[in-house]
Write a protein that binds this ligand. Structure first.
Ligand SMILES: *[C@@H]1O[C@H](CO)[C@@H](O)[C@H](O)[C@H]1NC(C)=O
Ligand SMILES: *[C@@H]1O[C@H](CO)[C@@H](O)[C@H](O)[C@H]1NC(C)=O
Ligand SMILES: *[C@@H]1O[C@H](CO)[C@@H](O)[C@H](O)[C@H]1NC(C)=O
Ligand SMILES: *[C@@H]1O[C@H](CO)[C@@H](O)[C@H](O)[C@H]1NC(C)=O
Ligand SMILES: *[C@@H]1O[C@H](CO)[C@@H](O)[C@H](O)[C@H]1NC(C)=O
Ligand SMILES: *[C@@H]1O[C@H](CO)[C@@H](O)[C@H](O)[C@H]1NC(C)=O
Ligand SMILES: *[C@@H]1O[C@H](CO)[C@@H](O)[C@H](O)[C@H]1NC(C)=O
Ligand SMILES: *[C@@H]1O[C@H](CO)[C@@H](O)[C@H](O)[C@H]1NC(C)=O
Ligand SMILES: *[C@@H]1O[C@H](CO)[C@@H](O)[C@H](O)[C@H]1NC(C)=O
Ligand SMILES: *[C@@H]1O[C@H](CO)[C@@H](O)[C@H](O)[C@H]1NC(C)=O
Length: 844
C-alpha cells in the first residue's frame, strides 16, 4: 500500500547516496519492513504500531503461549487492544496494560448483554485480515469489527470499524488489566459522563524483574454516533449509574475484572476512535501527551508522522538491490527495524528520580543486546545510543548500580556478568561523546568490578570476594556478602573476565594505569576453569576433543559438568537458567561457552591446540548442532574462524544460518528476538561486518549484497563495501563455472590500498572508508596470515599472569599458560588518540 508520502520518495529515488567507486541508489526501504517477522514460533516480537524507541506500542493482544509481545500470529484468540509492549522478550508476557475491546452492540441492547471479563470475551481473528507496517497495525476479529491502530510517542490511536447493522450501538470497554494479570493493590478508573473521557491508574509487576510499577492512562473517544452512555464494569456486570471505580487487587490471586465502558448511538460511518495516552507520572500527564501528540484524532497524519520518523531512522544504510530478491531485502531491513523498537525512550516519564538526563528503559536484557544490537546502533543511530549510555550512567548514579536488564522502571534479573560494562566501554572505544560523563561511566563500571551488591540477582556481580581471592567463581561458593542463585559459576567467570577486560580498556584510555593492569589481570581469570584433561562424549563416543572448562570449588578441586549438558542436543531435561538447581552455564553448554573469550582469542586458539584443532572444534560445535543460533551466545561463534586465520569459513558458516534459520516470515526466527538482538544479528551478518563488542573490531565476511553503503550520522561520511565480481557467484548464473555459492574473499582494497587484515575498526564507518572485495570460488589466502588477524589481549599487552599465591602449586602449574606479550601497543595508541573531548576518538 503506497501512501502519498511513499510516492514522493519513490519519485525522488534516483538520488544517489555515494560517489566513489560504485554508488548505491536510494529508495524507499519501508516497503521492505515486515513487522510480522518473528510474531509466531516464539520470536515474541512486537508486531504492532510504534515510533522508533516509542513508549506507546499499539497492537492486538492474544492469549497465545507466546504473547510476550502482545500479538502472536498463530491463530490464538484476541483478548483486547492495548498500548504498552516490549518486543521479542522471554520471561512473562510484558505490559499490555489497559486493553480496549469493542462490541457492535450488546445482547438485548443491555450493557449487561456484553461480555466483559477477558477470559470470556476473547475471540478469534481473521487470519488474512492481519496487516502490519511501520506505524500501523490492523486486523478483523470474528464479529466483523476491523480494528486499525497507529501511534505517537506516548499515545495510541485506535479505529474500530463496525460492520453495518441498523440496530448497532457500539460499546468499547477499557479493562484495568495487563497481559500477565499482575495488577496489584487498587486499580482506579473515572469516567467523565459528559465527554466519555476515562482516566485512571494501576500498579503492575515487571515481566522479568523485581518490584512493581504504576501506570496511568487517559482514553478519549470520538464517533459520528452520539455518546449514549458510559459507566463501569466489575466482573460480568456493568452499570451506567456508576462512573468511578476503585477495584481491589485480586480474588484468589487473579485480578478481579473491572474497568469502564462507553457506548454510542449507531455511527453513520460505522467508526469509533479511541485515543489512549499513557504515562508513568500521572493520568494528567497521560492526557496532556494525548492532547499534544494526537490533537485531532487524525489517523492518517499520525500514521504519516510515524512513517516519516521510520524513514528518517532507516536512512543510514542502503544496499544494492541488483540481483537481490524481495525476501533478502525484507530480511535485512526488517532486522534493522527491530533494533529500534526496543529499548524505549521514557525520557520525562521517570517518576523514580529527578534528572535532566535522558531515561531509556526496556533494556531487555543487556546480556542479549551488548553482542550486536547496541554495537549496530552505535554505527547506525549513535545519537540514540549516546542517550542510552547517559541513561545507564544516570540510572547507576541514582539507583546505585548499572542494570543488566531493566524493564517497566524495574530492575531485571542478571543473567551472567555485569554486561552494561561491555555496552558502556563499546560506546567509549567507538568515540561516542556528546554530553556523556565518562568519569561517572568509569565509576559505574568499576563499581561492578569492586563492590558486591546485597541482591546481585538484580545488578552487579556476585561472589566478588572469591573472585578476588581465587580469580574464578567457585562452584557452591560461600558468599555471605550478597545474595543470588549460586549457579552459572562457569559462565559468570567467563563473563566477569570479559567485563574486566572491557573496564581495563577504558582505564588504559583514561590513563588509570594501575586500574588497567589490575582489570587486565582479572580478565585472564577464564583460564582458571580450564581443565586440560577433560574429555567430552557424545552418544557414548569420544568427541575427540580434550580440555574443557569445568566447575571448580574454592579449594581448587574440580567439580564436574558434562560439557554437552544444556546444549542444543542435550535431551536430558537439564536446567541452565536462573533456578537454584540450575547448572554452571547459563542457557547453554560448556561446549558453547568454551568459545567465549572475545578478548583473547589468540590465547584460546593456542589453548585448544592451535588454529587447525580450534577450527575442528568450532566446526564440531556447529556441525553437530551443539550450538543454537536462536540464543545470543551463539552469535560470535559463527565468526570466530577469523581468529584462526580462516575468514572464509565464517562466510560459509553464516550462510548456513541465514536465511535457513532467519527468514522473513512470521515463524522465521529461531528464538526470541530479544528486543532486536536477533534483528541486529541478521543486519550485521548480511552487511558482512560483524562486531566483537567492547572492541573497535568488525570481522569481514562476504556481504549478502553487491554493495553496501553506511552513512555515519555523526560525521556525514559514507562507508562503502563493494564486491567487484558479485554476479559471478551470487546470481542465477548457470552459464559459467558458478559454484552457486557465495564466493570467498580473495583480495581486498581499503581506500584504494591492498588490505589483507580480516577486520576493520570503527574508523571505517566514521571516516567513510571504502572496502573493495574480490571473490574467488574457493577459500583463498586473503586474511589468513597471523598479522591479518584481529587483535587479542595476549598479543597486545605486556601485562600478564595473575596472583597464584592463593592457589595450590599443583593446580597453578598445571593450569598456567604463559603468554608472550608484545608491549603495550594499545596503551600508546589510546594515549595518542583519546582525548576526552575529541568527538571521534579512535579505538584500537
Ligand atoms: C478462540 O475462541 C473461540 C471462541 O470464540 C474458540 O472456539 C476457539 O477454540 C478459541 N481458539 C483458541 C486457539 O483458543
Ligand atoms: C484501596 O482502596 C480502598 C478504598 O478506597 C482503601 O480503603 C484501601 O486502603 C486501598 N488499598 C490500597 C492498598 O491502596
Ligand atoms: C533467479 O531465478 C528465479 C527464477 O527464475 C527468479 O525468480 C529470480 O529473480 C532470479 N534471481 C536473480 C537474483 O536473478
Ligand atoms: C531469494 O534469493 C535468495 C538468495 O539468492 C534465495 O536463497 C531465495 O530462495 C530467493 N527467494 C525467492 C523467493 O526467490
Ligand atoms: C527521547 O525523548 C526525549 C523527550 O521526548 C527527546 O527529547 C529525545 O530526543 C528522545 N531521544 C531519542 C534518541 O529519540
Ligand atoms: C593520557 O595521557 C596522555 C599522555 O600523557 C595524554 O596525552 C592524554 O591526553 C591523557 N588522556 C586522558 C584521557 O587523560
Ligand atoms: C574441596 O572441596 C570439595 C567440595 O567441598 C571437596 O569435595 C573436596 O574434597 C575438597 N578438596 C580438598 C583437597 O580438600
Ligand atoms: C557467469 O559466470 C561466468 C564464469 O564464471 C562469468 O564469466 C560470467 O561473467 C558470469 N555471468 C555474470 C552475469 O556475471
Ligand atoms: C570450477 O572452478 C573450480 C576452481 O575454481 C575448479 O576446481 C572446478 O573444476 C571448475 N569446474 C568446472 C566445471 O569447470
Ligand atoms: C598482575 O599480575 C602480575 C603477575 O601475577 C602481578 O605481578 C601484578 O602485580 C598484577 N598487577 C596488578 C595491578 O594486580
Amino acid at each position: 500500500m503506497l501512501s502519498p508520502f511513499f510516492l514522493s520518495l519513490v519519485l525522488a529515488s534516483s538520488r544517489v547516496l555515494v560517489g566513489a567507486a560504485g554508488p548505491v541508489e536510494d529508495y524507499d526501504v519501508l516497503q521492505y519492513i515486515n513487522p510480522l517477522i518473528g510474531s509466531a514460533n516464539g520470536g515474541n516480537v512486537f508486531a504492532g504500531a510504534t515510533l522508533p524507541y516509542g513508549m506507546a506500542k499499539a497492537v492486538a493482544d492474544t492469549d497465545s503461549e507466546s504473547n510476550q509481545g502482545g500479538f502472536a500470529y498463530d491463530g490464538s484468540n484476541v483478548t483486547g487492544f492495548s498500548s504498552m509492549h516490549d518486543s521479542g522478550t522471554g520471561g512473562s508476557p510484558s505490559l499490555g496494560n489497559f486493553p480496549l475491546f469493542p462490541y457492535a452492540k450488546c445482547r438485548d441492547d443491555d450493557v449487561n448483554g456484553c461480555v466483559f471479563p477477558k477470559k470470556a470475551r476473547k475471540t478469534s481473528y481473521k487470519h488474512d485480515s492481519v496487516k502490519s507496517s511501520p506505524g500501523y497495525f490492523s486486523l478483523e476479529i470474528a464479529s466483523g469489527v476491523r480494528v486499525e491502530m497507529t501511534a505517537a510517542h506516548h499515545t495510541s490511536l485506535f479505529q474500530f470499524h463496525f460492520p453495518p447493522g441498523k440496530d448497532n450501538s457500539p460499546l468499547v470497554l477499557l479493562d484495568l488489566s495487563d497481559l500477565s494479570d499482575t495488577r496489584q493493590d487498587n486499580g482506579t478508573i473515572s469516567i467523565d459522563q459528559s465527554t466519555g473521557r476515562m482516566t485512571g491508574s494501576a500498579k503492575f509487576l515487571p515481566s522479568f524483574g523485581s518490584g512493581s510499577y504504576n501506570l496511568h492512562f487517559c482514553a478519549d473517544f470520538q464517533s459520528s454516533g452520539w455518546l449514549r452512555d458510559s459507566g463501569v464494569f466489575v466482573n460480568t456486570r456493568a452499570s451506567d449509574d456508576v462512573h468511578d471505580l476503585t477495584i481491589s487487587r485480586s480474588i484468589n490471586g487473579y485480578p478481579l475484572p473491572g474497568g469502564g465502558f462507553i457506548r454510542f448511538q449507531n455511527p453513520p460511518n460505522g467508526l469509533v476512535q479511541a485515543r489512549v495516552g499513557v504515562s508513568f507520572i500521572s493520568p494528567k500527564q497521560a492526557c496532556s501527551h494525548a492532547e499534544n501528540e494526537i490533537p485531532d484524532f487524525d489517523f492518517e497524519s499520525t500514521k504519516s508522522a510515524a512513517i516519516a520518523q521510520w524513514t528518517e531512522k532507516m536512512k543510514p544504510v542502503r544496499v544494492s538491490r541488483d540481483g537481490i530478491n524481495l525476501s533478502v531485502l525484507t530480511n535485512f531491513y526488517s532486522g534493522i527495524y527491530r533494533t529500534m523498537v526496543n529499548p524505549q525512550n521514557y525520557t520525562g516519564e521517570n517518576p523514580l528520580w529527578t534528572s535532566r538526563e535522558p531515561y531509556f528503559d526496556s533494556f531487555y536484557c543487556l546480556w542479549d543486546s551488548f553482542r550486536s544490537q547496541i554495537p549496530f546502533l552505535t554505527i547506525f543511530d549513535p545519537y540514540s545510543v549516546t542517550q542510552m549510555i547517559r541513561s545507564l550512567i544516570d540510572t547507576q548514579r541514582n539507583l546505585g548500580w548499572l542494570p543488566d536488564c531493566r524493564m517497566s522502571l524495574c530492575k531485571g534479573f542478571t543473567q551472567g556478568g555485569s554486561n552494561a560494562d561491555n555496552v558502556i566501554v563499546d560506546a567509549y572505544v567507538k568515540g561516542l561523546d556528546d554530553g556523556v560523563d565518562w568519569e561517572a561511566g568509569y565509576a559505574a563500571v568499576q563499581k561492578d568490578a569492586e563492590e558486591e551488591p546485597f541482591d546481585w540477582s538484580n545488578e552487579g556481580r556476585g561472589g566478588l570476594k572469591s573472585w578476588k581471592e581465587v580469580h574464578y567463581i567457585p562452584v557452591e561458593d560461600f558468599d555471605y556478602e550478597g545474595f543470588g542463585t549460586m549457579t552459572r559459576s562457569i559462565s559468570r567467570t567467563l563473563e566477569y573476565s570479559y567485563n574486566d577486560y572491557a573496564i581495563a580498556q577504558m582505564a588504559w584510555a583514561m590513563n588509570k594505569t594501575a586500574d588497567a593492569q589490575r582489570y587486565e589481570n582479572n580478565s585472564r581469570a577464564w583460564r582458571n576453569l580450564f581443565k586440560k584433561d577433560q574429555t567430552s562424549f557424545l552418544n557414548k563416543k569420544d568427541t575427540g576433543f580434550t580440555g574443557f572448562f569445568q566447575p571448580r570449588y574454592y579449594n581448587g578441586t574440580w567439580g564436574h559438568q558434562d560439557p554437552l549438558m544444556c546444549s542444543n542436543i542435550d535431551v536430558s531435561g537439564s536446567i541452565c537458567s536462573l533456578q537454584n538447581t540450575a547448572g554452571e552455564t547459563f542457557e547453554s553448554s560448556i561446549w558453547e561457552y568454551q568459545f567465549f573469550v572475545p578478548h583473547d582469542m589468540a590465547a584460546l586458539v593456542k589453548l585448544l591446540g592451535g588454529p587447525d584443532r580450534f577450527v575442528e572444534r568450532l566446526d564440531y560445535l556447529h556441525d553437530q548442532q551443539i550450538t543454537y543460533i536462536g540464543n545470543e551466545p551463539a552469535f560470535l561463534t559463527v565468526f570466530q574462524y577469523h581468529y584462526a586465520g580462516r575468514p572464509a569459513k565464517s562466510t560459509a558458516r553464516v550462510r548456513t544460518y541465514i536465511p535457513d534459520y532467519f527468514s522473513p516470515t512470521p515463524a522465521g526466527l529461531p528464538g526470541n528476538d530479544d528486543s532486536g538482538a536477533m534483528g541486529s544479528f541478521v543486519a550485521m551478518s548480511m552487511m558482512g561486518l560483524f562486531p566483537n563488542p567492547g572492541q573497535s573490531v568488525y570481522l569481514i565476511t562476504v556481504p549478502f549484497f553487491k554493495s553496501v553503503s553506511i552513512k555515519s550520522p555523526l560525521t556525514g561520511k559514507t562507508a562503502t563495501i563493494q564486491v567487484t565480481n558479485w554476479d559471478q557467484f551470487n546470481t542465477n548464473n548457470t552459464s559459467g563455472n558458478s559454484t552457486g555459492g557465495t564466493g570467498f574473499i580473495h583480495s581486498a582494497y581499503l581506500n584504494g590500498k591492498p588490505y589483507t587484515r580480516n577486520w576493520v575498526d570503527h574508523d571505517f564507518f566514521t571516516e567513510g572508508k571504502e572496502l573493495l572485495l574480490t571473490l574467488g570460488a574457493e577459500e583463498g589466502s586473503w586474511g589468513t596470515a597471523p598479522a591479518d588477524l584481529p587483535p587479542s589481549l595476549s598479543e597486545t599487552s605486556g601485562v600478564q599472569g595473575r596472583d597464584w599465591s592463593s592457589m595450590t602449586q599443583e593446580t597453578a602449574d598445571d593450569e598456567f599458560i604463559p603468554v608472550l606479550g608484545r608491549g603495550r601497543r594499545h596503551l600508546a595508541k589510546h594515549g595518542l588518540h583519546f582525548e576526552h573531548h575529541a568527538k571521534f576518538a579512535k579505538g584500537w
